[in-house]
Design a protein around this ligand. Structure first.
Ligand code: B12
Length: 298
């Protein structure tokens, strides 16, 4: 028996949904309506999707998030989908700003220690706010694009994420207001949203402006946010939704939170997942720019 390891190269429908962000029902409907994706069936008749189909579905999801309709794109070949996304997201192929290109080289090469020194050096040179807003934020988006185009390994993405989390937490720890007073702001992401870098960037900027912020981190149920806000007499709740979150998920949860929180508590929501929320959820401040929240520190 040779000890060759067999890698599973197909995904069942649950894994395909997780990997692409496209729901099981939608996958079945497209199969019937557009003839794509056409999964094979295992001996139990269950659908199994190839990695090629999953990659094509990821591009379709990104284009749908950018406003395209399924009938326009589901039957298109991968190369056409890639070209369309590149036209929509200039980052994909254009020349990166020199500093970001320098950082991306270290990330792609997985030079973790050098990356750590390089990030600390940039922090010293730029100062906290420009470091977060002009370097870390665009670099995070570039890491996402490169990951989608398989120009960056999952390991490299995780090395970058771990470094950024470590460095921003160190800045927060160093700058957290020392005087004992109640936190004013509560930060969290909701269940299903593991992406917390956006939240950490927001917390870093606010704490460095002397704002007392209590961050509950990722995947916090709405009810728990409401209970904690009451307990600490919180003035504002800040939420982050990455591109991973469907508009329905964002809208439903923001409406639920608005219903359950006293009107005196402000709700701010940001992140790529809050873009194109039409109409704007009532009683919620939507902002995609980190610079915007600095006013909360004034
Ligand atoms: C790092 C990362 C991960 C890490 C997260 C680690 C962590 N602790 O955060 C890990 C490895 C866990 C991960 C997992 C996955 N990821 Co991921 N991930 C990313 C990446 C590179 C950055 C994540 C992030 O935090 N973004 C959020 C912030 C930084 O960006 P933003 O939403 O644009 O927000 C900006 C502003 O709006 C503002 N902002 C953000 N929040 C707020 C809040 C307020 C109040 C304000 C004022 C402003 C503000 O600051 C940001 C910077 O300007 C993104 C790429 C990207 N562009 O986001 C992909 C991405 C979000 N991931 C993606 C995917 C598909 C996944 C996985 C499904 C992959 C997988 N197969 O397992 C899983 C899903 C996990 C889950 N259930 O959530 C896709 C989502 C695509 C889609 N449309 O669905 C992206 C977009 C990558 C890509 N280009 O395809 N991921």
């Amino acid at each position: 028996m040779d000890d060759q390891v067999i890698f599973e190269t197909t995904l069942n429908i649950a894994a395909a949904e997780r990997e692409t962000g496209i729901g099981k029902d939608t996958l079945r409907i497209w199969e019937r309506r557009y003839g794509f994706p056409l999964p094979a069936r295992n001996d139990k008749g269950e659908r199994s999707y190839t990695l090629e189909q999953v990659e094509r579905l990821r591009y379709i999801k990104q284009l749908l998030d950018n406003g395209a309709r399924p009938s326009q794109i589901v039957t298109l070949p991968l190369e056409t989908l890639k070209r369309m996304l590149e036209e929509q997201q200039p980052h994909a192929s254009e020349v990166l700003p020199p500093l970001i290109a320098e950082g991306m080289k270290l990330i792609i090469a997985q030079r973790s220690q050098q990356l750590e020194q390089w990030l600390e050096q940039q922090l010293k040179q730029l100062g906290i706010e420009p470091f977060v807003i002009e370097l870390i934020a665009p670099m995070t988006a570039t890491v996402g694009h490169y990951w989608l185009q398989q120009r960056l390994s999952i390991a490299a993405e995780h090395i970058f994420t771990a470094q950024v989390i470590q460095l921003l937490n160190a800045i927060i720890h160093q700058h957290r207001p020392r005087y004992p007073s109640a936190p004013k702001l509560l930060l969290a992401t909701l269940p299903g949203e593991q992406h917390t870098l956006g939240l950490l960037m927001v917390e870093t900027l606010l704490v460095c402006r002397g704002v007392r912020a209590l961050s509950l981190g990722g995947q916090v149920p709405v009810e728990e946010i409401v209970r904690t806000a009451e307990r600490h007499q919180i003035q504002s709740v800040l939420l982050s939704f990455s591109a991973r979150c469907s508009r329905e998920m964002v809208r439903t949860n923001l409406a639920a939170l608005r219903r359950q929180l006293p009107q005196s508590v402000a709700i701010w929501a940001g992140g790529a997942g809050t873009q194109r929320l039409k109409p704007h959820p009532v009683g919620v401040q939507i902002s995609h720019s980190l610079a915007d929240i600095l006013q909360l520190g004034e």
